[in-house]
Design a protein around this ligand. Structure first.
Ligand SMILES: Nc1ccn([C@@H]2O[C@H](COP(=O)(O)O)[C@@H](O)[C@H]2O)c(=O)n1
Ligand SMILES: [Zn+2]
Ligand SMILES: [Zn+2]
Length: 592
């Protein structure tokens, strides 16, 4: 287990630490404010090769104004990275910065512009990423895929890797970006890197995703993977880390040629903190979501030919357990490698602690310039701060079971959907209203509700659709959709508790959260939830209205047969994005 240095500076007075940014976005009482007097933070163990990892940032580059745990912005992060790179230089070791994709969809700052990301991507580009993978949110729409292909991917000079994605803009598929990158680090470690996306099928026609199992059989991959001049494989992927067929295939394809060469994996997409052991020389990390987490990995004990990189003092974990990711593989007790991993909270306190700076000495002109850019970019979108109404109480995505009146899904299905999701002139019809839970992405917090909050809670313009169907089939729709193969999300096996802060258990233990948090409970969320309106007395032959969004009407239609109508728009352009704004405007108080 890691030997922790529990240097425990006091996190009390967190609110007085000057962490709040002054962007003129939704200023209000912070219902999640950290109230604990003190929390320990751990020193980082440095190795010969070290990594900082982000994933699923989804436009949250201005930071979380309503949650002190994650209140740093990308200017602060830029200064953190710059200082950590300088520290690595001083130690004589390498530090690489990795991102696993999903830059779009999730904040007004990112999504309220044309094209989507017009203001956020230039800020993201100011960070010195060494390896990046594409995410599904770069591929849903042709507009974003075009922008990613033409403007974003080329910027990274060969480090934006798309090992299994082609661009199809002209009708002839061609590699979206480079398929791999081979380089030698500053301290002489020879890296072969790939970056994959999971077997995604919801992309627009502008791209082609090759299933991972096919991509690793292609000649370019076989040629590169069989090279002998490699000290470490570095694989980024927009792929859920745990229980993943895709990661299993990538791992096996490398191990076929390199039985013990170190493989470092950087996953994403599932929005959780997690670390998974593939074998004693192959470990993966996933670093959360929404600029809440910076993942830290250090690797020590690289093969003998890596001579230039120093080995700083400090113990890390040797992998001695049977790997969870590859059943049947025995631990390699001869491995010379040791690891440490930490999930850093995305705040100034954490960044200052690890760079041994203070509030006065932390920022440089680099970070301050980026923070100023963020402020003026956000200010250029005044519509984001328009108050639509006052959220009556706080409702959470997964802190409480969906039966709790503090669950967002309980509030949506018992109050919001019955009130606002109904076609004009059909309020008297019995109806059911379904949503995929994945469309609602952030807690709804008590206080002013702005357009920015609307993007955060549901950024998708999926049209509300309606169909009439006999109750005999409509009554089973929710159950059928929960097990529908097409839209099912992988269930996270990590015992992760979302609380005032995250409490993570992964393959390396329970010491991954760099700042220790207080658990407040967590709940699993089904794939779909449903509101029932006036169906209590329905018999099998009763015709009911079924409401679903255009994101999953094709899947839902399979389970609705009999005397059905076709799906039609429920109410013009009324979409999933519009649902909470309509509720705010029609039903919530304006006084907050
Ligand atoms: N038009 C869309 C697109 C996606 N979703 C939901 O988002 C989930 C994917 O988001 P990740 O950040 O996890 O990649 C997807 O599973 C859907 O639930 C949507 O509702 N509408
Ligand atoms: Zn994501
Ligand atoms: Zn994703």
């Amino acid at each position: 287990c890691e030997d922790h240095d529990w240097s425990s500076p006091v996190l009390g007075g967190y609110v007085d630490h000057g962490l709040m940014k002054t962007h003129d976005l939704a200023k209000r009482i912070q219902p999640n404010a950290l109230v604990t007097p003190a929390q320990p933070i751990k020193d980082l163990h440095w190795g010969q090769l070290n990594f900082l990892h982000t994933t699923d940032t989804h436009g949250w580059l201005a930071g979380h104004l309503l949650d002190e745990n994650y209140s740093a912005d990308y200017g602060d992060f830029a200064d953190f990275v710059q200082k950590m790179k300088a520290k690595a230089d001083a130690l004589g070791v390498d530090l690489l910065l990795i991102d696993s994709g999903d830059l779009h969809d999730g904040t007004g700052f990112g999504d309220a512009t044309t094209p989507n990301g017009r203001l956020t991507l230039p800020i993201f580009k100011k960070l010195p990423y060494d390896l990046l993978s594409i995410g599904n949110h770069e591929l849903y729409t042709t507009e974003i895929a075009n922008d990613t292909y033409h403007n974003f991917a080329p910027y990274w000079g060969g480090r934006y890797i798309t090992s299994n994605v082609d661009f199809n803009g002209t009708g002839v598929a061609q590699p979206f970006s480079q398929r791999y990158a081979y380089w030698e680090t500053k301290f002489g470690i020879r890296i072969m890197s790939f970056a994959f996306i999971f077997n995604f099928t919801g992309n627009s026609n502008a791209s082609v995703v090759t299933p991972v199992g096919d991509a690793v059989k292609q000649s370019w991959f076989q040629e590169q993977v069989s090279r002998s001049d490699i000290d470490m494989f570095l694989v980024a992927g927009h792929i859920t880390l745990r229980n993943s067929t895709e990661w299993g295939l990538i791992y096996a394809a490398i191990r076929e040629h390199h039985p013990t060469t170190p493989i470092q994996i950087f996953g994403g997409h599932r929005h959780v903190r997690d670390a998974v052991v593939f074998d004693a020389n192959a470990v993966g990390i996933a670093s959360g979501r929404y600029c809440e987490t910076v993942g830290w990995v250090s690797v020590n004990g690289l093969p003998k030919n890596v001579t230039r990189a120093n080995s700083p003092s400090g113990n890390a974990t040797k992998i001695t357990q049977s790997p969870s990711a590859v059943p049947g593989v025995q631990p390699n007790r001869n491995s010379s490698l040791s690891y440490s991993r930490q999930y850093l909270d995305f705040n100034r306190y954490s960044f200052e602690f690890h760079t041994t700076t203070t509030e006065q000495t932390f920022n440089t002109s680099l970070g301050e310039g980026i923070s100023e850019n963020i402020t003026s970019a956000v200010d250029s979108l005044p519509e984001l701060t328009e108050k639509l109404g006052c959220v009556p109480a706080s409702y959470y995505i997964d802190r409480y079971p969906i039966t709790s009146n503090r669950s967002l899904f309980h509030y949506l299905t018992s109050v919001v959907f019955p009130a606002v999701v109904v076609a004009p002139n059909r309020t008297q019809q019995p109806r059911i209203i379904l949503t995929n839970t994945g469309g609602f992405r952030y807690d709804l917090l008590q206080g002013p509700f702005t357009i920015d909050n609307a993007y955060q809670t549901n950024p998708y313009e999926n049209y509300w659709m309606r169909m009439t169907a006999p109750w005999s089939v409509a009554k089973d729709l929710l159950l059928n959709m929960q097990t529908d193969k097409v839209y099912k999300r992988a269930v996270n096996e990590t015992d992760l508790t979302e609380t005032l802060g995250y409490v993570t258990k992964d393959d390396l233990g329970t010491d991954g959260d760099n700042i220790v948090h207080i658990p407040q409970g967590s709940a699993s969320v089904p794939h779909y939830v449903q509101a029932n309106v006036s169906v209590a007395n329905a018999s099998d032959s009763t015709l009911v209205d079924v409401y679903a969004t255009s994101f999953f009407t094709a899947a839902a239609g399979k389970y609705l047969q009999g005397n059905t109508s076709d799906w039609i728009r429920a109410d013009g352009n009324f979409s999933s994005f519009d649902t909470l704004p309509r509720m705010a405007q029609q039903y919530w108080s304006k006084d907050c």
